[in-house]
Design a protein around this ligand. Structure first.
Ligand SMILES: [Zn+2]
Length: 359
């Protein structure tokens, strides 16, 4: 699929006479100032809108494209009392837990008796939930819709960031009428489409690590902790968790991650087709986000500190580790040398496009 347009987040500085504003995007306080600097008026507009309105956004991006991250940033800016991130994956996992508890299971069955409509019997539905996993067909769409409705009713009438619907091509048409189904008939809705090069997803997976104690995620290449270590025996670097309660625990890799996108190739291909399908829809506003910017266009479009750095770890002897960084260059899916963007500039682009499409 063709690349989405590059969105300019760079505000031209005063030039030689003065200095461009710079922000440290790893510092939460700076991030707040950054958003005000880059999108202050748009944020004010959305805040005003959310005082008495809501909207529904369907997030579509390849697996591990970071959809959750952008929902979190949006929720952080506008408040959890106004915005809910609803993930089909999370809901289905919660139902797994409910199934294991007889009381909760009975309540769920009761809810489905009242609210589920579809071609599969309730017994079949329960069976497919209990047997879900690799190799089994996806859960029936009508069942997913009933679960989504339950979750949305629970969260109160908030702006929704929906992650996981549509998941398949035949679900795209459901999303066109979904707001009626959940009682959001008069709300605005939109697709938010994410374009992330597969190489970026691949490297993120291969280098991600997690704290065995607090489960904080980090990345050996893109998001390092303050302290690192070198394991001479294994000849590998590792990160020590920053959380004071973890006592510098050695962060670990999940088995299988070394294969990167290998095991999810087919899923990524399907996700790609889904984005293409949504892209070609008429009548629904679309927000187009891209994680990468061609190296040749970068200085015009973005500021240096908005680029994802690549951290290079070097063993300096006696277990000591030296860390340097540089902007990470990666080929996008068209084979163009590109930089990968930090999450915040992508969020700026999202906020501005939401305002353009709706307000
Ligand atoms: Zn930890």
């Amino acid at each position: 699929m063709q690349n989405f347009p590059v969105f300019k987040t760079r505000i031209p500085g005063p030039g030689r006479a003065g200095k461009d504003r710079k922000f440290d995007l790893s510092d939460p306080k700076e991030v707040e100032k950054y958003f005000q600097y880059k999108a202050g008026p748009e944020i004010a507009k959305i805040k005003k809108y959310l005082e008495s309105n809501t909207f529904v956004a369907y997030l579509l991006g390849k697996k591990s494209a970071g959809k959750g991250t952008y929902s979190k940033i949006f929720t952080h800016i506008f408040g959890a009392d106004k915005v809910a991130h609803i993930s089909v994956g999370d809901i289905v996992r919660t139902v797994d837990e409910e199934m294991a508890d007889p009381k909760k299971k009975a309540a769920l069955v009761e809810y489905l008796k009242e609210n589920y409509r579809g071609f599969h019997s309730l017994e079949e539905i329960i069976k497919s939930q209990e047997e879900r996993g690799t190799g089994k067909p996806l859960l029936p769409t009508e069942y997913i819709l009933a679960l989504l409705k339950r979750e949305i009713d629970k969260s109160g009438h908030k702006t929704l960031f929906l992650d996981g619907l549509p998941r398949t091509l035949d679900q795209v048409s459901y999303s066109l009428f979904f707001r009626e189904l959940i009682g959001y008939r008069d709300d605005a809705d939109m697709f938010i489409l994410f374009q992330v090069p597969e190489k970026v997803i691949d490297e993120r997976i291969k280098n991600r690590v997690v704290c065995p104690k607090c489960h904080a995620p980090r990345n050996l290449k893109f998001m390092v902790t303050k302290e690192q270590g070198f394991d001479e025996k294994e000849n590998e670097f590792y990160l020590k968790c920053d959380n004071p309660e973890c006592g510098g625990a050695r962060m670990v890799t999940k088995e299988g991650d070394e294969m990167g996108i290998g095991p999810i190739k087919e899923r990524l291909e399907n996700d790609g087709k889904l984005i293409e399908q949504a892209f070609s829809l008429y009548g629904v506003p679309k927000v187009l986000l891209r994680n990468s910017v061609p190296v040749a266009e970068a200085s015009e479009a973005v500021d240096d500190y908005e680029l994802t750095p690549e951290y290079i770890l070097k063993h300096a002897g006696e277990g000591k580790v030296e860390v340097t960084q540089r902007p990470w260059t990666v080929k996008d899916d068209e084979g163009i040398d590109s930089y990968s963007l930090m999450a915040q500039p992508v969020a700026v682009s999202m906020i501005k496009q939401i305002v353009e499409s709706k307000f």
